[in-house]
Design a binder for this molecule. Sequence first.
Ligand code: SF4
Length: 432
Amino acid sequence: MTTPASEEKTEVGSYFISNYPPFSFWKKEWIDRAEAALDRPPKPGTPLGLYIHIPFCRKRCKFCYFRVYTDKNSQEVERYVRALANEVDLYKGRPALVSRPLSFAYFGGGTPSFLSEKQLLSLVERLRSSVSFDGAEEVTFECEPGTLTARKLQVIREIGVTRLSLGVENFSDSILEEGGRAHRSEEVFRAYAWAREVGFEQVNIDLIAGMVGETWDNWRECVRKTIDLAPDSVTIYQLELPWNAIYARSLGGINAADWKTKRDWVDHAFSELEAVGYHVSSAYTVVRDSSTRFVYRDAVWRGADMLGTGVASFSHLGGVHYQNLDGFEEYAAALETGRLPLGRAMEPSPRELLIRELVLQLKLGRLDGSYFFQKFGLDVLQEFKPAFESLEREGHAQLAPGSVRLTRQGLLRVDALIPLFFEPQHRGARYT
Ligand code: SF4
């Protein structure tokens, strides 16, 4: 498992693993499984979340692989907002969802803060006629700093957002420009100060380690500026070059740091943040207060039901995975004719569901065997003993009776390690 230096180059392809089995195994022919899951009553005690995808951005970042649009006018945005509200409304009477309160909601993108205050209020008012966020433990809202104003942040707070996530990515204007980001550092500081004035329960800052042009000096500066801002949590992703990103087309001309350097940068950030009192809460996140929770992440990684609404969004309901249609027109048109915009689905086997939770929870840096025994009736440490022992031999994990802990080096490369636990047919599969 030791990675030779030649394999450390940042090649085009996906690295980050957000689900299992890989999306390339989901099929259009299986959307009846999603319909069947919606018609079954829920498993008692399963939390329910709502993801609301806002697929608009001011510019397309060169590393972005999400379904986003930079060219939609206000009528098209309005059409989309109407479609989203219709989608949530279509769900409300289904047996799997009836009378279930939301445990969490997540406005993601794209750029949810791309919406104007008016569009946002109108979206939330329409959503509220079908679903209530009032009892939700956490409502997250992703923002691009340059789209924010003090007034918009107040509106975001008023609609019930508890956790604001600012997509800072880097503090160097030339690196932001090179990456195709729409915002600049000045807008970060302005937006952050407004967010604090408005008073969210949690403000998160997102950084990316390894943006094109990154250097050790600049990265140290980014970490220092992050510490100065004192956010409640910091999320750090290592830059990847997915197939559908703009960068993937200019392969050869990109001066991207290799994986070892990116891990070193995240390690530096984690260590500096720990030195001022932060705690590492997953491979990507540190929190200032160890009791700070990230409800969305923890619920999804423990198999919660989640309705993903919006174009190309991913859902998991009643043990079934499905994804919405991934074209703006087909998504909106389906809802305009009163149909759910289901695009492809997969019903994982019980073993695949177990592997899904195992690999996602490994990203927390620790696994509790008793959780899996209670939920799946299996001793995962025994069942996957060769894989865990191989992680231990390579210095990536420490095994103890009933639990596993990843070392820092294991945690920093967790996405490269978790395919070890995949079923043979899923190893090496593309995540598209
Ligand atoms: S702001 Fe986010 S979603 Fe939008 S293009 Fe950039 S990376 Fe993609």
